[in-house]
Design a protein. Structure first.
Length: 131
């Protein structure tokens, strides 16, 4: 025999079971490396790789979580609350081998929001490299 519960109790159970993972993309888990917290293992591995390239002198000025304000034709694109919308790049660095600044994002799965923001940045002249 099955137990019957109310709709309110069912919603509470669902919310409790999804609590910690709510908002995470494709089951990623936060990881801490060298005292820095990363959104996924992929991002942490990319950081280690870039830190190694920086130590070898191939890249310089490695920065983490760099915000870029998204601009439209008539000024900043605003969120529903009226704040300027931003894209936060995982890594930005100067690559000496190609003599250019690189905006790098460690993605296992590109979300729809990311693809839209990437297209807006491309229109602004900023190319985002997915790794």
């Amino acid at each position: 025999m099955t137990e019957r519960i109310t709709a309110a109790d069912y919603r509470k159970e669902q919310a409790a079971s999804q609590g910690a993972d709510k908002g995470r993309v494709r089951g990623t888990k936060r990881v801490t490396v060298q005292g820095i917290s990363f959104a996924s293992k992929r991002e942490a591995k990319r950081f280690i790789y870039l830190r190694d390239r920086e130590a070898k002198g191939e890249i310089e000025n490695l920065r983490l979580q760099v915000p870029f304000e998204l601009q439209g034709r008539y000024g900043p694109i605003l969120t529903p609350k009226g704040k300027p919308m931003t894209y936060r790049a995982d890594f930005v660095y100067f690559d000496k081998t190609i003599n250019a600044e690189v905006v790098d994002d460690a993605k296992g799965h590109a979300t729809d929001v990311f693809l839209i923001k990437k297209a807006i940045l491309a229109a602004q002249g900023v190319e985002v490299r997915e790794t």
